[in-house]
Design a binder for this molecule. Structure first.
Ligand SMILES: CC(C)(COP(=O)(O)OP(=O)(O)OC[C@H]1O[C@@H](n2cnc3c(N)ncnc32)[C@H](O)[C@@H]1OP(=O)(O)O)[C@@H](O)C(=O)NCCC(=O)NCCS
Length: 172
């Protein structure tokens, strides 16, 4: 079962097959995929496959990307969550929002909730993030999350910045 997480302004819930059209529209917005390895908007079929793969990912790892909506509303405004990277066996935090929702702190709010789930519910030891060197908004998000920059590295065939955060030790 994929948990539902509510933050003060967002709901993180499982992706559904019926999200395909909205997600397809969202990913076709100019600039949303600008810093991704493949910046071309995907076809509807690819988006449908993406949703099926996310559900399979949750089944295999007990974590994955959630669909993000404004809290208590139906409108899909992005994704957020954790992904297993098979090449390095690391777990990555990621997020993406529809353009009208940029600049309101939603990425930080969603990512914080996803990382808390990773560290506290799944007892992950470490979460990483990778970001295009020109994606300053995303770098700000990672810095505000308290992640540490570790340098350049190649992921998904791209030279990117890598960030890391270890599981916080509990205060005595
Ligand atoms: C990256 C993204 C998720 C940021 O989301 P957001 O909700 O707008 O981010 P926040 O509102 O939480 O802002 C984070 C910080 O970055 C700053 N910021 C936002 N846009 C910025 C920009 N273009 N350049 C520099 N700083 C920026 C904000 O001012 C904020 O800092 P502040 O709180 O000190 O003012 C959003 O731009 C997005 O979805 N982009 C497309 C997908 C993507 O690139 N995902 C990340 C892949 S690694």
């Amino acid at each position: 079962m994929i948990p539902i997480i509510e933050t003060s302004r967002l709901t993180l819930r499982e992706f559904r097959e019926t999200d395909a059209d909205s997600l397809h529209r969202l990913l076709s917005e100019d600039g949303v995929l600008r810093y991704f390895p493949n910046p071309n908007p995907p076809s509807l079929e690819r988006v449908q496959r993406f949703i099926a793969l996310q559900l399979a990912h949750w089944g295999e790892h007990s974590f994955g990307w959630w669909a993000v909506t404004p809290r208590g509303e139906q409108e899909l405004i992005g994704w957020n969550g954790l992904q297993f990277l098979p090449e390095t066996h690391e777990i990555e935090v990621g997020y993406l929002l529809a353009k009208p929702y940029w600049g309101r702190g939603f990425a930080i709010e969603g990512a914080r909730a996803g990382m808390k789930f990773g560290f506290e519910t799944l007892s992950l030891r470490q979460i990483i993030a990778v970001v295009h060197p020109h994606n300053f908004a995303s770098q700000h998000v990672l810095e505000k999350l308290g992640m540490a920059w570790t340098g350049w590295k190649k992921y998904f065939g791209m030279d990117v910045f890598r960030y890391v955060q270890d599981r916080p030790t509990r205060a005595e």
